[in-house]
Write a protein that binds this ligand. Structure first.
Ligand code: 5GP
Length: 190
């Protein structure tokens, strides 16, 4: 998605540890015009899927998922990160290791919001090693819902997540795939 790639080149900042900061337009301050373009693009790429729900993970996926969901006209559910849980049987739970914070979280979702009738599109801001996405996939599978695909805004193609998810046979669409990133250069795939 050209407009996104240009924005990353203009406003993205590369930080140590393979972290790309895009907080001026994607995940702290949010450019709603860009988000609308992102929503339209995901709608185009998943036009033939009978999606009933958008699933994301807090925090930075939520804003994007809400705008994307308007194009599909379906609700958004976000998985909540928590460190101490009382499993009361009403929740699906999985573990996710955070790429940016290097911590492991329990991630939960209320059972009543994901059912076997649901066809789910997972949305997130970044794909790096795949932990967040694998956690969300685990929750969808536990719920017996159908995974229609995953839409990622920025995939860091030099990390392993993309390959893992594609090898699972999941329809993965990433709007910008970074091929390589050094302290001062960034290149895209294609
Ligand atoms: P993964 O679980 O695939 O290793 O990492 C994905 C999650 O970590 C995303 O939900 C995102 O919030 C965060 N993340 C991974 N890489 C980056 C990055 O380069 N920049 C930012 N801002 N977040 C990242």
């Amino acid at each position: 998605m050209e407009v996104l790639k240009q924005r990353i080149l203009k406003d993205g900042n590369i930080k140590p540890g393979n972290v790309l900061k895009v907080d001026s337009f994607l995940n702290h301050q949010m450019d709603i015009h860009l988000f609308n373009e992102i929503g339209k693009e995901f709608k185009k790429r998943f036009a033939n899927n009978p999606i009933t729900k958008i699933l994301t993970i807090e925090t930075s996926g939520i804003g994007i998922a809400c705008i994307v969901a308007q194009y599909f006209d379906v609700p958004v559910v976000f998985a909540k990160k928590t460190q101490s849980i009382n499993l009361d049987g009403d929740m699906y739970c999985t573990k996710v290791e955070s790429f940016t914070h290097k911590r492991t979280y329990d991630v939960i979702i209320a059972k009543k919001f994901l059912t076997p009738e649901d066809h789910v599109l997972i949305i997130d801001d970044f794909l790096a090693n795949g932990c967040a996405l694998l956690g969300l996939i685990d929750l969808v599978q536990n719920a017996g819902s159908t995974i229609e695909g995953a839409g990622i805004v920025i995939e860091k193609g030099f990390q392993k997540g993309g390959n893992i998810i594609r090898e699972m046979g999941i329809h993965l669409e990433s709007l910008a795939i970074i091929e390589s990133m050094t302290d001062d250069t960034l290149t895209f795939k294609e």
